[in-house]
Design a protein around this ligand. Sequence first.
Ligand code: GTP
Ligand code: MG
Length: 294
Amino acid sequence: MHKSGFVSIIGRANVGKSTLLNNFINQKLSIVSSKPQTTRNNVIGILNDENYQIIFTDTPGYHKPRYKLGNYMIKSISDGLKETDIIIFVANIRKEIPRLDLEILEKIKDFNIPKIFVLNKCDEINSKDIMDVLSRYSKILDFNEYIPISALNGKNVDKLLGLILKYLPNGPKYYDSDQMAANNEKFFISEIVREKILKLIRDEVPHGVGVEIVSMKYDDEKKKYNIEGNIFCDKETHKVIIIGKNGEMLKKISTYSRQDMERFLGSKVYIRMWVKVRNNWRDDNNHLKSLGYK
Ligand SMILES: Nc1nc2c(ncn2[C@@H]2O[C@H](COP(=O)(O)OP(=O)(O)OP(=O)(O)O)[C@@H](O)[C@H]2O)c(=O)[nH]1
Ligand SMILES: [Mg+2]
């Protein structure tokens, strides 16, 4: 019997949800960074096998929103949960269960579907601590399964996949078997740029950045993509940082982005980005919509 279904990966920011999705799909679909609130949209990754198809949704990290952008992110989490067959809740070890985790558990407790508790970053902790954490969470919510993993080095990810298959219902293929992603190409291209900004620029700047791909055309003659876009930021001072001295930072962002885009598109890429200030765009509905946060 062929199995298929939708699996939502949820949890606080920075616990490793996107790293886990990428590990399942064996491809860098969802951007990863050491900063919280890296993921802003639901990212869909499809794992295909002869006998099953799993459609994973990597969701933004659960947090208390401070901007309309944050409201959008929180809404994405609940949208992701609407049609889901299995919930994967990801946590990290902490002295106490974080309040935000308690809030998430409260939200999912009444979903009458299988729930798997994943303790990630186990490469950083010892087995006694692992047992303590699993037992603490199990007192708050009775999960169907508990598993410690390392999304980074892959430890137990195959076992987690086995657990998912155990609960995955019988069903058809919802997507073509060679399809790995469901977001569009422009989305991935803009996320690559945002990831470079998250990695290259410190502090608050990247959180106020939105990337828009204005055009993406393939030049048949030169056999390369021409990609043009805007990097929006909140303040003039941020623009100065993003451009850098003599434009060096923007050059770095563009070069690293181009390398990833070439890998992703399997073609040469020519890229031009402009940095623009849009005050408070994170609270501006129209602007959020134009950047795909709608
Ligand atoms: N040591 C260790 N680090 C990990 C592991 N998984 C993820 N990380 C790191 O944790 C940080 C956050 O990872 P992400 O995958 O971006 O986390 P996320 O939950 O998607 O974060 P948001 O999108 O902000 O909600 C990155 O620096 C990862 O490299 C792991 O198993 N072990
Ligand atoms: Mg993420």
